[in-house]
Design a protein around this ligand. Structure first.
Ligand code: ARG
Length: 462
């Protein structure tokens, strides 16, 4: 088969070379964007008097036939035609004859592919923000029910201070809020049209770039044709935002996995989001959370690989840039899948309040309360820390907790301690009293949830 660019060649590459060169195997994902770009381009060519109205009409009708065929999966793509752009041009010429060859007037595959990628990512980013919102909603729904559920808060994965379980969950709401904002902000840079930049230098045809941008719904056009065809920053930025988001999901996954272990038993994941073992009948494994944690690696990989592809590239287009697609498609697919799983997993998880209560009552995470109590009665905090540390040691030696120490032993350690200490030591009191802004006190947590509900309510996607 002769190539659409075959004029100056006397020999065609062999099929196995074509296969190495081709991107059709994966850029067929861009078929709708490519057709949309062509419709805008040819419409603009007609409006600018570059093509005859009858030519524009024929090309548009050919493109609409191709769109129908694409929707039905009826386009016989071939590696000989390399990529989605040349395949579609080939089908168009088959469909309407040589006039189809006029579509590429004043355009290059270089601005065409960049346009496709901008269109594709713009839509995916809007969908991703919606999916992030769904996860945030699920978090808020659980948090609303667990403001007064007390859980051990950890540092170094050692019990530190009791917290409201809702407070712990809501930390992830705010991480995801930053992710949603980052994605929304990135739209400014994605929503820009490279179309009309040509191969790299613009074109001699009197085209109207703003018009084709407008037809495609872009808010702006690239100012420099060389930048327009060689910029892949918007993809790097997307991969970076995706990496950050999935890193957050991965941390949350880790907690879900720990919390659902026999050792913790803080939550139980729904059967619908768990799997069994082929050999051990008792097992219920948190596979979905593990998979999200595992898939994080490939998203980070795509980011590093894109940065590496770009780092040595001179201006303008280089074929290396064809390597931008698979990682981007895989990231979109992986992130969207992970967000969907997460929303379902959080919505359906059961919080085991009795286990959480047991966990906070049988430990020393109320030790800070006793130290604060002494400090509020005038003892220098450092001294109070020492006194309480000794009392903790006494308890450990006796196999009891601070709440079990008789008052006589407490007052022997410090005469400032009185009967009311037992109330202060209750985990719920420890949480309730932390009313500093953004703290775990119930009122603070309720405030936070209220703000989160407003964010969700007022959310309008770009
Ligand atoms: N398949 C190519 C890509 O994805 C399209 C642009 C090719 N341009 C060129 N001059 N070879 O990057």
């Amino acid at each position: 088969m002769s190539k659409l660019w075959g004029g100056r060649f006397s020999q065609s590459p062999e099929e196995w070379v074509d296969e190495f060169n081709a991107s059709i195997g994966f850029d067929q994902n861009l078929v709708m964007e490519d057709l949309e770009g062509s419709v805008a381009h040819v419409t603009m060519l007609g409006e600018c008097g570059i093509l005859e109205p009858s030519e524009v009409k024929q090309i548009l009708s050919g493109l609409s036939v191709l769109k129908e065929k694409a929707q039905k999966g009826d386009l016989p793509y071939s590696v000989q035609n390399e990529d989605i752009h040349l395949n579609l041009e080939h089908f168009l010429i088959q469909e309407i004859g040589q006039v189809g060859g006029k579509l590429h007037t004043g355009r290059s595959r270089n601005d065409q592919v960049a346009t496709d990628m901008h269109l594709y990512l713009k839509n995916r980013v809007i969908e991703i923000v919606e999916l992030i919102r769904a996860v945030q909603k699920a978090i808020v729904k659980q948090a609303e029910q667990h403001v007064e559920t007390i859980a051990p808060g950890y540092t170094h994965l050692q019990r530190a201070q009791p917290v409201s379980f809702a407070h712990h969950l809501m930390a992830y709401f705010w991480m995801l809020e930053r992710d949603a904002q980052r994605f929304q902000d990135s739209l400014k840079r994605i929503d820009v049209s490279p179309l009309g930049a040509g191969a790299l230098a613009g074109t001699t045809f009197p085209i109207n770039r703003k018009r084709s941008a407008e037809l495609l719904g872009f808010s702006d056009i690239y100012e420099n044709s060389m930048d327009a065809v060689s910029d892949r920053d918007f993809i790097v930025e997307f991969l970076s935002n995706a990496s950050m988001t999935i890193m957050h999901l991965s941390r949350f996954s880790e907690e879900m996995i720990i919390w659902s272990s026999q050792e913790f038993q803080f939550i139980e994941l729904a059967d619908a989001f768990s799997t069994g073992s082929s050999i051990m009948p008792q097992k219920k494994n948190p596979d979905m959370a593990e998979l999200v944690r595992g898939k994080t690696g490939r998203v980070f990989g795509h980011l590093v690989s894109m940065l590496t592809v770009l780092k040595g590239l001179p201006l303008a287009y280089n074929k290396d840039m064809q390597e931008d697609k698979e990682g981007m498609f895989d990231t979109v697919h992986t992130l969207m899948g992970s967000l969907k799983i997460f929303a379902g997993m959080i919505n359906t998880m059961k919080v085991k309040t009795d286990q959480l209560e047991k966990a906070v009552n049988e430990d020393f995470s109320n030790a800070t309360e006793l130290a604060d109590y002494l400090a509020s009665k005038g003892m220098p905090f450092r001294e109070a820390h020492e006194v309480v540390g000794k009392l903790v040691l006494t308890c450990i030696n006796q196999g009891i907790y601070l709440k079990d120490l008789p008052l006589s032993e407490m007052t022997a350690a410090s005469s400032l301690i009185e009967e009311d200490i037992y109330h202060v030591l209750e985990p719920a009191q420890a949480v309730k009293r932390r009313e500093s802004e953004g703290g775990t006190g119930f009122e603070q947590v309720k405030n936070q949830i209220k703000k989160a509900e407003d964010i969700i309510k007022n959310h309008v996607n770009a």
